[in-house]
Design a binder for this molecule. Structure first.
Ligand SMILES: Cc1cc2nc3c(=O)[nH]c(=O)nc-3n(C[C@H](O)[C@H](O)[C@H](O)COP(=O)(O)OP(=O)(O)OC[C@H]3O[C@@H](n4cnc5c(N)ncnc54)[C@H](O)[C@@H]3O)c2cc1C
Length: 404
């Protein structure tokens, strides 16, 4: 093999692409491996703009990939952070029902958690909630002790360091611009020249459907960007939240509802909401990308989703544009929180696959196509589950990718 020839090329230096690369270096230490990342650093998009929660797996449908890989992935993530000296904490969380209507859904979450094999779950009343989170309001809550927090940008840095130490290459500032493909060879064109691989893994997050098309495949869903915006609680009011306070989520959506998160840095934030972003990397209202917008508007699934969920969408936009509306929503969980306690925080953009019929793809989706594997839907809890996603992909796809 010459310098630009690799056994496997991975597009995307986020937590998923890097975890997959790390798994390959561990299982197949002698194979030449290349990760291509378009930004000047790893984890510049979803993996560096998230809530930093090590999810327990309580929410997901029993038997789904999300459920299985999150529960095992959370344990693997805690172990990885411990081994590598990455700051983390298993602080637990409470999911709080604030009215009678939410009680059946809270009970359903409890059952799901038990079915997914979580231990230590407890339904508690007002008094015990007050002992755990003295400022939270609710009539009942589910205690989830295995939830934790970390910083996934730091996790990604460590993944990249370990990949390089094992002889793999992680090239930043190297966007994949075109792909030529035959049954035995893949050529990826970049501004730094072309790289040849025997196989390709597409972990391009917000652009995974476009990379799939670049590789000559037709993805069955389109990636739609949903921005999540945060407010930070000012330091002198951060004591209102001890750990993590979540609402009971609306089961029609894959998002968890705005919540309070104590970060591993000690900072506390509120969010993220979920609004349709006008650019795939649209971190602010003013970020508009005409290509992204035109392709989304030309996709029938977007209009169908709009018809089904316009009321919810308008509510999210209203809370995004009006701080008082956002704070009002938060006061359901934390009545003492006031507008003056919050300052604008960061934002992240979720890559969510949407089907032509307007339904959001709920589970993780890995789509093999000959010597190419497309990772097409890995929204939350994929950062938590990254090590197990990688293990599963390599176990099931190693032969197809010519690794085994
Ligand atoms: C607001 C928010 C909160 C979240 N909270 C949590 C949480 O608390 N816990 C949790 O487990 N998960 C959470 N998630 C989900 C989690 O962050 C994602 O599931 C995960 O980061 C997805 O990783 P990824 O590698 O697929 O994507 P990304 O991190 O987006 O990586 C994809 C990479 O591909 C690169 N790329 C794209 N196109 C090209 C190209 N042509 N050439 C080269 N490189 C390219 C991009 O630059 C990017 O770095 C959250 C997500 C968001 C947005």
């Amino acid at each position: 093999m010459n310098e630009s020839q690799y056994k496997v090329i991975i597009i995307g230096g986020g937590v998923v692409g890097l975890a997959v690369a790390l798994e390959i270096t561990r299982r197949f230490p002698r194979q030449r491996l290349l990760v291509l990342e378009k930004e000047d650093h790893v984890a510049r998009h979803q993996s560096g703009h998230n809530s930093g929660v090590i999810h327990s797996g309580v929410y997901y449908k029993p038997g789904s990939l999300k459920a299985r890989l999150c529960v095992a992935g959370a344990a693997a993530m805690v172990e990885f952070c411990r081994e590598q000296g990455i700051p983390h904490q298993v602080c637990g969380k409470v999911i709080v029902a604030t009215n009678e209507d939410e009680l059946p859904r809270l009970a359903e979450l409890h059952s799901r958690g038990l079915a997914n094999g979580l231990t230590g779950l407890r339904l508690i009343g007002k008094e015990e909630l007050h002992e755990i989170e003295p400022h939270a309001a609710g009539i009942q809550a589910l205690v989830v002790p295995s939830t934790g927090i970390t910083d996934y940008a730091v996790v990604c840095e460590k993944y990249a360091e370990l990949i390089r130490a094992a002889g793999g290459s992680v090239l930043t500032s190297t966007p994949a611009m075109a792909i030529q493909r035959s049954s035995s060879q893949i050529v990826v064109e970049t501004p730094r020249g072309s790289f040849q691989g025997l196989s390709l893994i597409n972990c391009a997050g917000l652009f995974s459907d476009r990379i799939s098309r670049m590789a000559g495949d037709q993805p069955s869903a389109m990636i739609v960007p949903f921005r999540g915006e945060y407010y930070d609680i000012v330091p002198k009011r951060a004591s209102l939240v001890r750990a993590l306070i979540y609402p009971v989520p609306d089961p029609r959506f894959p998002f968890l509802g705005v919540h309070f998160t104590r970060r591993i840095s000690g900072k506390v934030d509120a969010g993220p909401n979920a609004i349709f972003a006008l650019a795939r990397e649209g971190y602010r209202h003013t970020d508009i990308n005409l290509r992204d917008l035109a392709s989304a508007l030309a996709f029938p699934g977007l209009w169908r989703m709009g018809q089904q969920h316009w009321r919810m969408g308008l509510g999210e936009w209203h809370r995004s544009l009006s701080k008082s509306a956002f704070v009002h929503a938060l006061q359901g969980l934390l009545p003492e929180i006031q507008e003056k306690d919050l300052v604008p925080g960061g934002s992240g953009v979720r890559a969510q696959a949407l089907k032509p019929d307007g339904t959001l793809v709920d589970d993780f989706q890995f789509v093999p196509s000959g010597n190419v594997l497309h990772i097409l839907n890995v929204p939350s809890p994929a950062a938590t589950a990254s090590l197990m996603i990688a293990r599963t992909i390599i176990e099931t796809a190693a032969a197809g990718l010519g690794l085994a």
